[in-house]
Design a protein around this ligand. Structure first.
Ligand code: GUN
Length: 281
């Protein structure tokens, strides 16, 4: 069993971004800029946004966070996004999700200029991803693809089971894998027999937020297991969606939690912001 070290791969990606950001500044006098819109006071969202801003600072990306109360109107959020769409210093716009209940998330995401949509959530980029055209790709699944590449994990012709069908993780993950010529099964909460699907898979990618969902008897000997889950359990520790102690001995490769996919998400956000700034250049 080999651990996939997301922490060190993320550092490697960030080092490359740092070099290219410096080059862009020197050659074109362009500093990539990221605008983050954060609504409400969800502690997890605040923690993520703080990590994103810190990561920007570390690689030389300019960032600004628009902190808004959860009483804010949809129109005010839209006005802020439009301001960022028209701001020439801003290459990337990220609206931290989830948004408060009274806000129509789909409507908000549609307002973001697709050329600045570094989260890849706009329908324009989703459509381009599904079609296999160049697009902004959501950061978490993009980070998983980077891991497959780094560890030379072949995807063509492989049976891959994606557990979870969210717009942020499962659906774009499935599109990327399909584009890489894998045979993809996507399961979700209404799937009748999850184990029947996972136990056949050469590769399992799981991101549903249920601690320990994937157990030893659900995984084929020698499988690759990618765990996108992040669950805080009673004793305060952070665990994934995979029962790591029991599943890991069966795997050829597995990601730990923490230190697996998590750090890759932020690294890919920086990479997408750089990509957008290069397009501006
Ligand atoms: N909430 C959970 N994951 C994400 C993400 O990747 N991007 C944004 N904007 N919000 C999230």
């Amino acid at each position: 069993m080999q651990l996939i070290d997301g922490k060190s791969l993320a550092k490697k990606v960030q080092a490359t971004v740092t070099t290219e950001v410096a080059q862009l500044k020197q050659e074109k006098n362009i500093v990539p800029g990221l605008a983050v819109i954060l609504v409400g006071d969800d502690p997890a969202s605040h923690a993520y946004v703080k990590m994103k801003a810190k990561a920007c600072e570390n690689v030389g990306v300019y960032s600004i966070t628009h902190n808004m109360p959860d009483t804010i109107s949809q129109d005010e959020i839209i006005a802020t996004i439009e301001m960022m769409n028209n701001n020439p210093r801003i290459d990337g716009i990220l609206v931290q999700l989830p948004l408060p209940k009274q806000i129509d998330t789909d409507k908000i995401l549609e307002v973001i200029d697709p050329k600045k949509d570094v989260d890849g959530f706009h329908a324009y980029n989703v459509g381009r991803l599904v079609t296999g055209l160049d697009s902004f790709v959501p950061c978490t699944p993009l980070g998983v693809m980077k891991m497959f590449e780094e560890y030379d994990i072949e995807l063509r012709g492989k049976d891959v089971c994606v557990v979870g069908a969210s717009n942020i993780v499962g659906k774009p993950m499935a599109s990327l894998l399909l584009n890489a010529e894998a045979t993809v099964t996507v399961t979700h909460i209404y799937t009748k027999d999850l184990k029947a699907h996972t136990s056949k898979a050469d590769i399992i990618v799981v991101g549903v937020g249920v601690a320990g969902l994937i157990k030893e008897d659900m995984v084929k000997e020698g499988a690759v297991v990618i765990d996108i889950g992040m669950n805080r359990i009673e004793d305060g520790s952070l665990v994934g969606d995979v029962d790591f102690p029991n599943v890991s001995p069966k795997c050829s490769y597995i990601t730990p939690v923490p230190g697996g996919v998590g750090p890759m998400t932020i690294a890919m956000l920086l990479s997408n912001t750089l990509k957008s700034a290069k397009a501006r250049a």
